[in-house]
Structures are given as structure tokens and as C-alpha cells.
Write a protein that binds this ligand. Structure first.
Ligand SMILES: [Zn+2]
Length: 413
């Protein structure tokens, strides 16, 4: 077991209060936060760290990633050998951890083998919450065959580099949802709308029938979990939320009445604005196919307005990024992009308390409180005053603790 840690004179910022708390003392032992106090903590065995002038936050949580996305071209990615994809995933996850993300939720592709590799300490990376392969209908957002490629689509189902699997019909949706859960999926992802990165589905297309979506929702509920859906258009969001989809991904084209419906139903939104900004500026040069490049602005332009609409409706928003291949280095820029539209504290909450609620780990992660897992980061300065402190590949994050272990430490103690 790692040596206990005591953080002294810490300003805590986890989103549970608008400004955070100052001059706190935090004791970490046995992988957990064992004490948070206004008074100095006695522990002769502990390493002590003075955090005067710094901010102590829970490890960040990104609720929409694809750790198997080695390339921007997802069709090509699905054809890479599994071993190469696994090495890419290890490298992608390591850099995520060093940006301060101690938990990420994968929205398509990652397998339980990666979860196990992390648990066994074979690779360093965030806690990984997975849905296995995303479910897509024929011609939907995870069918990457294009117009002229007519072999059957099932080659994707067991390739580590594939984001999703193709399923059609209520029975197949049930079977695939059950199959993903059998293989370790902790929630179910469905592609319920057209997408940018896929070749033959304009944004406005609805993915799956209502009956198919309902079947996925029922199967997820039977397994004590929920469905996350890839969604852009207002019509698609409303339809999915009505049948019980809980986690709404992207939602760039949402209108106020649907935002109100989400609030009523308790659905949580996971915007991913940085994905579209990064694809706009670099996608083409990184090999994003032309049919995808043409679709970026269909969703990108309305993104800031979608945040305003959901904020006004009181919809809970979690942090998401959805970056692919070399674009992963922009992961923390979502903080700054959202900060142009939303109050900084709301942006902080999206990657802490709100993300933890979405993942179903409230009180365990995303909080600096007694009983939580000891996933912690230290920021040089005040992220509420300047969200860009969270960018720069961890440059302003001198300490990263995961499960009580010091992953990074640049402060003398
Ligand atoms: Zn995605």
C-alpha cells in the first residue's frame, strides 16, 4: 500500500460549493480520502504536502472518449490489427491520465480486456468505464463500409479498432445489448442519429426504430444500467429521451422544448464541442474522408447555442470530448470552449460531480470528501478564474494521485 498523504492548507474545488473551501487538510490512506478537516491532521507516517496558493480538485472525468481511436478515419481504424490498436490505446490512456483525467467513459470500442489491463497495472491510464461496441443500424453511424463496399458488416463486431457493431431489428438489438453486457459493458451505447465520421448517414437521419431503441433501453435496465445515445438533431433527441435514453451525447441541434423534456425525464447531456472544433481545423489534413469534412459545420456552428439552451433549461451537463487519433491532445480545451458560454463553476462541475452522477459513481469519484476514492489533482492557481490552467497537457498540474498512488509529483515534500 502507498504511504499515506496529508495535503495541508488546501483550497478544495470539486463543484459542491460555488467558490470551493479554503485552508483545508486532507488525509489520503488505503486508496481513499479518509479525512477532510478544517484543522491540521496528525499522522506521523504520512508524506505532507503544503498546497498554499494551489487548488486541490478531484481527478477529472471525461464522459465521452474513444480510447481505441488511433486514427481520425474510423473506417481505417477498424481494419488495424488488434495488437496495434491495444498499444495505441495504452498510449492514449496514459496521456489522458497525465492531463489529470483519472476516470474516462468510453463511448464505443474499448473492451473489457483494456479494463483488466489497467486493473492489473499492465498499463497506466484512467479508470475506464465501457459500453463495449456501440450498436448501429445498417448504414448508421458505426457502419463504415461506404457506398461500394458490400461485404457483410459483421467483420467489425470483434475487431478492437471498431467503434461499433451493426445490428438490425428488435431481436438483434436485444441480443447485441445482452452480448455486450456479457462481455463487460457497463452501459449500452446506441447510434440514434446520423454522424460526421461515418460515410453514408447525413446528420438528420434517425438511427433505429422506436421499438429497437426501446428494446435497448429495456435490456440496459434489466442489467441495472442505462443507454447512452449518439444524437444531434432535436427530433432524434426528443424521440430517444421519450423512450428512456438517459445519456444524451452531443445534442448540438437541440431546441428549448426538448431541453425541458430532458430536464423532466432526468436525462443528462454530454456535449463534445472540442471534437468539432478540432475536426474543423485539422480533420482534413489528418485524413478525415471528404464526405465527413463536409458534415462538420452541420453540427459545429450551433454548438455554443446548444449549451445556452440546456443551461437555461437546467439540464445537467457532463464533460465530454469525443476526440480521435492525433486530436486527443485537445482533450482539456473543452473546458475553455465551454467557459466562453457557461459559468466556470458549471464547467468544473461537468468534469466532477455531474460526471460522477452520470457514470453512477457519485460520492466515489468527482468529489473531495471522506469515503471517496483518492483520485486527486493539484492545480497551480485558480481554475475558476482561469479554466485554461487545466489545458497544456498537465503543465499546471504538479500532482496527480490515482487510487492513493502518486502518479505525478513535482512538488518537494
Ligand atoms: Zn463518440
Amino acid at each position: 500500500m502507498a504511504q499515506p498523504l496529508v495535503f495541508e492548507n488546501a483550497r478544495i474545488l470539486d463543484g459542491s460549493s460555488p467558490e470551493g473551501e479554503y485552508d483545508r487538510f486532507v488525509r489520503v490512506a488505503n486508496g481513499a480520502i479518509e479525512e477532510v478537516s478544517e484543522r491540521p491532521i496528525k499522522d506521523a507516517s504520512a508524506r505532507r504536502v503544503d498546497l498554499k496558493g494551489k487548488t486541490l480538485m478531484p481527478g477529472l472525468i471525461d464522459c465521452h472518449v474513444h480510447v481505441i481511436a488511433a486514427l481520425v478515419d474510423l473506417g481505417k481504424n477498424a481494419n488495424l490489427p488488434d495488437a496495434l490498436i491495444a498499444y495505441h490505446a495504452a498510449a492514449i490512456m496514459k496521456t489522458m491520465l497525465h492531463r489529470g483525467f483519472t476516470t474516462v467513459r468510453d463511448l464505443g470500442g474499448a473492451s473489457h480486456a483494456l479494463v483488466e489491463a489497467l486493473e492489473q497495472g499492465l498499463v497506466a491510464g484512467p479508470r475506464l468505464i465501457i459500453c463495449g461496441k456501440a450498436l448501429s443500424q445498417t448504414g448508421g453511424h458505426a457502419d463504415f463500409r461506404g457506398r461500394y463496399y458490400n461485404r457483410d458488416p459483421y467483420y467489425q463486431t470483434r475487431r478492437l479498432g471498431a467503434l461499433g457493431r451493426v445490428v438490425d431489428g428488435v431481436d438483434d438489438c436485444r441480443r447485441a445489448a445482452r452480448d455486450e453486457i456479457r462481455q463487460g459493458a457497463q452501459f449500452i451505447k446506441v447510434m440514434a442519429n446520423g454522424g460526421v465520421a461515418s460515410p453514408t448517414d447525413p446528420i438528420a437521419f434517425l438511427g433505429f426504430s422506436k421499438e429497437e431503441l426501446s428494446a435497448a433501453v429495456e435490456e440496459a435496465r434489466n442489467a441495472q444500467t442505462y443507454v447512452a445515445a449518439h444524437l444531434y438533431t432535436d427530433e432524434a433527441i426528443a424521440r430517444a429521451v421519450e423512450v428512456g435514453v438517459r445519456s444524451v451525447e452531443h445534442a448540438n441541434l437541440i431546441e428549448p422544448p426538448t431541453a425541458a423534456l430532458m430536464k423532466t425525464k432526468g436525462a443528462i447531456e454530454c456535449p463534445t464541442l472540442v471534437a468539432f472544433e478540432a475536426l474543423k481545423s485539422e480533420g482534413e489534413s489528418l485524413g478525415l474522408p471528404p464526405e465527413s469534412v463536409r458534415k462538420i459545420d452541420d453540427v459545429r456552428v450551433r454548438s455554443p447555442e446548444s449549451l445556452e439552451i440546456m443551461h437555461r433549461a437546467g439540464v445537467t451537463m457532463a464533460y465530454g470530448t469525443d476526440l480521435l487519433g492525433p486530436l486527443h491532445r485537445h482533450q482539456s480545451e473543452e473546458f475553455v470552449i465551454r467557459g466562453r458560454v457557461l459559468p466556470a463553476i458549471e464547467v468544473i462541475r461537468s468534469a466532477t460531480v455531474h460526471a460522477a452522477a452520470l457514470i453512477g459513481m457519485a460520492g466515489k469519484i468527482g468529489t473531495v470528501a471522506r469515503g471517496a476514492l483518492a483520485d486527486l489533482i493539484v492545480i497551480d492557481g485558480d481554475p475558476l478564474a482561469d479554466l485554461s490552467l487545466l489545458t497544456g497537457q498537465g503543465r499546471n498540474i504538479p500532482i496527480i494521485v490515482q487510487g492513493g498512488n502518486l502518479i505525478k509529483n513535482e512538488i518537494n515534500m
